[in-house]
Design a protein around this ligand. Sequence first.
Ligand SMILES: Nc1ncnc2c1ncn2[C@@H]1O[C@H](COP(=O)(O)OP(=O)(O)OP(=O)(O)O)[C@@H](O)[C@H]1O
Ligand SMILES: [Mg+2]
Length: 216
Amino acid sequence: MSGIFISFEGPDGAGKTTALNKLMPLLQKKTDQEIVLSREPGGSPISEKIRKIILDIHDEEMDPRTEALLYAAARRQHLIDVILPTLEANKIMLSDRFVDSSIAYQGGGRQIGTKEVAEINDFAIDGHLPDLTIYFDVSPSIGLSRIKKDHEGAMDRLEKEAISFHDRVYESYEEIVAQNPTRIKKINAEQTPDKVVQDALEVITNRFPNIFNKGE
Ligand SMILES: Nc1ncnc2c1ncn2[C@@H]1O[C@H](COP(=O)(O)OP(=O)(O)OP(=O)(O)O)[C@@H](O)[C@H]1O
Ligand SMILES: [Mg+2]
């Protein structure tokens, strides 16, 4: 496996998708290796079908463990269909969310337990952790106020959860970041969008100087 795999993590409204869209062309200018952008849950046809079930606001009666298993199943298929072929082709894989999201949202937010959720995900990802994870640090209140402004009335099933749920997600993310100081780098996502992109760019190019070596 010769490509590199970078995931982007953080609470709802942290600015991951916004930053990734700006980051992708900036990174591409700095390398000859092709960059592939994907997202979770989803990212491949079967995984996108599972995504629809997970995020459907009508699925209110979904059991937390069912939800965790569906996320892990969608992740497995995304890994097989997109991530591994991308890495085998020596390309650069950027994923908007990956395994840490499940540990934070289902393990912490849904209170299944971070250890339990990590275990079913170990089965799903079979050792294929990202080489680098950028964690977008934003307080739950700021993150939620950003997405409420965007789509009031059209929030998905997880976004609609109470603030206590999002507080638990945030706390779990903090633990995951503390436990994985080498893989996960935290950036301050409460800064301006441009500064967030700049910080993410710096972390990535500093970590892989031999890959992002074009331009100044
Ligand atoms: N640094 C920032 N400062 C202020 N607003 C921001 C910033 N970054 C993104 N936003 C705005 O916040 C909203 C949410 O951003 P975005 O969708 O990128 O977050 P996300 O992390 O992808 O959220 P989700 O996990 O829900 O997909 C958007 O309206 C976006 O324009
Ligand atoms: Mg997003």
